[in-house]
Design a protein around this ligand. Structure first.
Ligand SMILES: Nc1ncnc2c1ncn2[C@@H]1O[C@H](COP(=O)(O)OP(=O)(O)OP(=O)(O)O)[C@@H](O)[C@H]1O
Length: 251
């Protein structure tokens, strides 16, 4: 059975500025949670903190807890390299390595010590299939990843994250730089992937949040105003602030 994953009183600071304020939220297995809210309200900061990516920013630190399998990931002793394999991340702008398609995917597994070509070949194929990219690239696996279109590059980045078998995928506006067809493919992919992963996605696109997420969380100036089933948040939000935002953006 999938283990629980949640935050408890998680605050994130940049120096003395508290960008995210005491957020407690659950992320159930096999679901997509969308983080929505106006620019600068702390969505990306919160998302990045879930796999400790915020540690890379000078002066940033978090208080509170991130619970996974009974362990607090915010504990200073956490192995963040391992953690980032368990909790993968895909950024707004596709960022493939300056390598071949094959080597983009094989990079993580090789780092983990997998050397046998047959095993790597299998991982590359499975990851590309899961990211719905295999058919488009199977004849040019050793060509440059940078020759792919933006939408293909973003699916490659998803395949790269999947290559090390994460249980959670964090997506920071993964389709905002893409055309509508590529966006549709990413959305379909998210819906497929949630059958085996937990997904947390930041999006400014309300229609997208409504289409693909099971839960929606509305952030406002660092606070979690409301979190609930997506259907309820979009049709019957309980908080006035959520209502104003949703109506303004969606209505
Ligand atoms: N590296 C940083 N150093 C200092 N402050 C930061 C840093 N990154 C973000 N902030 C501040 O933290 C707050 C939250 O920013 P964040 O990017 O998390 O918001 P967001 O809701 O994701 O915004 P957007 O929708 O525009 O991407 C903002 O006030 C922002 O200026």
């Amino acid at each position: 059975m999938a283990q629980p994953f949640s935050t408890e009183d998680l605050s994130i600071y940049y120096g003395t500025f508290e960008a995210v304020k005491k957020i407690s939220m659950e992320f159930p297995a096999e679901t997509v949670t969308a983080l929505i809210g106006p620019s600068g309200c702390g969505k990306s900061t919160f998302l990045r903190s879930l796999n400790r990516m915020n540690d890379e920013i000078a002066g940033a630190y978090a208080t509170g807890h991130i619970w996974m399998n009974g362990k607090d990931l915010n504990d200073p002793g956490t192995d963040v390299i391992k953690l980032r394999q368990e909790i993968g991340m895909v950024w707004q702008k596709p960022n493939p390595f300056y390598k071949s398609i094959y080597n983009n995917i094989a990079f993580g597994p090789r780092y983990r010590g997998i050397k046998r070509k047959k095993e790597l070949d299998e991982i590359v194929e499975t990851s590309l299939r899961k990211a719905a990219l295999w058919d488009e690239v199977k004849d040019r696996l050793h060509g440059s990843a940078l020759a792919l279109s933006g939408g293909q590059q973003q699916r490659l980045c998803i395949a790269r994250a999947l290559s090390v078998n994460p249980s959670i995928l964090l997506l920071d506006e993964p389709a905002s730089a893409l055309d509508p067809v590529s966006t549709g493919k990413i959305e379909e992919l998210i819906t497929e992937l949630k059958q085996e992963l937990r997904i947390v996605i930041v999006t400014h696109n309300m229609q997208q949040a409504a289409r693909i997420s099971d839960f929606t969380a509305y952030f406002y100036v660092g606070n979690l105003i409301e979190r609930g089933k997506t259907k309820d948040i979009f049709t019957n939000p309980t908080n006035e602030l959520t209502q104003e935002y949703i109506m303004g953006r969606f209505g």
